[in-house]
Ligand binder design. Structure first.
Ligand SMILES: C[S@@+](CC[C@H](N)C(=O)[O-])C[C@H]1O[C@@H](n2cnc3c(N)ncnc32)[C@H](O)[C@@H]1O
Length: 265
């Protein structure tokens, strides 16, 4: 028997709400990179004329919202309309422009951004060298001459496996409307070209619910392309960008450190 339209819509709404909750839980609390993005956005604004920032893979707005609240003019681009919808609901009067597009294939109205940033390993989600070079070309096409592109990458992830029990990273958790959401990395495996990160996501229904619902559990897998700063700099040169050094973001108790590979258009 098929679902009614209303039933299907409410199911879609639950799935969308959960997608935002998981994204926020797994990425939203990360702060170690923020000082660098603020510094780069500040430099972009200090240019004459003041430059705008393009946030690639903006998600639900962790970085875009912070920069825009600090006075930056921000365009937030992401392939996921559900995450962008959450960003728009939070954007208030910040003036953030959102664009739902693929980072490898986008065309925006303006091509004079002073800063393009790709935080949190987004550039390692683009399907290998061809996808990265396509993105690097698109970024270059949207930067003003001398504009800066900054891409955060992880180069060293320690493999581990606690799927059969044993100690591992502590879970991130949040309670919303009495429901407890928990997410924990349970395995990192390195293959030739990919870093495979597995998370266990659990949902524990509100205790006061009658009758009590059953807890649910699912695996989430993300695959990051292996990437070094030297390789990314070579790919940037192939896309017509000038290498502009690297910066480091220190590891925290919950997150590994990362490198930020930079280019000038
Ligand atoms: C690790 S999250 C980073 C989110 C946010 N920038 C942050 O730092 O919290 C990666 C983001 O990249 C987006 N993404 C993945 N592939 C993409 C693509 N091909 N084009 C645009 N966005 C993409 C995902 O939807 C997700 O929001």
């Amino acid at each position: 028997m098929g679902m009614t339209g209303t039933h299907e819509q409410s199911l879609q709404a639950v799935v969308a709400k959960r997608a935002v909750i998981w994204h926020e839980l797994e990425c939203g609390a990360y702060r170690a990179d923020m000082a660098l993005w603020r510094e780069l956005a500040h430099d972009a604004r200090a240019e004459m004329p003041p430059g705008a920032a393009l946030d690639i893979g903006a998600g639900s707005g962790r970085v875009s919202l912070d920069l825009a609240r600090g006075g930056a003019k921000v365009t937030a681009l992401d392939i996921d309309p559900v995450l962008l919808g959450a960003l728009e609901r939070r954007a208030g009067s910040t003036g953030i422009q959102t664009v739902c597009a693929d980072a490898r294939d986008f065309e925006l109205e303006r091509a004079d951004y002073a800063l393009c940033l790709a935080p949190m390993q987004t550039i390692q989600l683009l399907g290998g060298p061809d996808g990265r070079i396509a993105f690097l070309r698109r970024a270059r096409a949207h930067l003003r001459p001398g504009g800066l592109l900054a891409c955060a990458i992880v180069t060293e992830l320690e493999p581990f496996d606690c799927t059969a029990g044993g100690p591992g990273p502590s879970p991130e958790s949040v309670r919303i409307d009495g429901v407890l959401y928990m997410s924990r990395a349970v395995r990192v495996a390195l293959t030739r070209g990919l870093v495979r990160i597995e998370r266990e996501r659990s949902v524990l229904p509100a205790e006061q619910r009658e009758p009590p619902g059953a807890p649910s559990r699912e695996r989430n897998v993300i695959e990051l392309d292996h990437l070094s700063a030297a390789r990314l700099h070579r790919e940037g040169s192939a896309a017509g960008l000038q290498p502009a050094g690297t910066r480091t973001i220190a590891a925290t108790e919950e997150h590994v450190g990362s490198l930020v590979v930079m280019f000038r258009a």
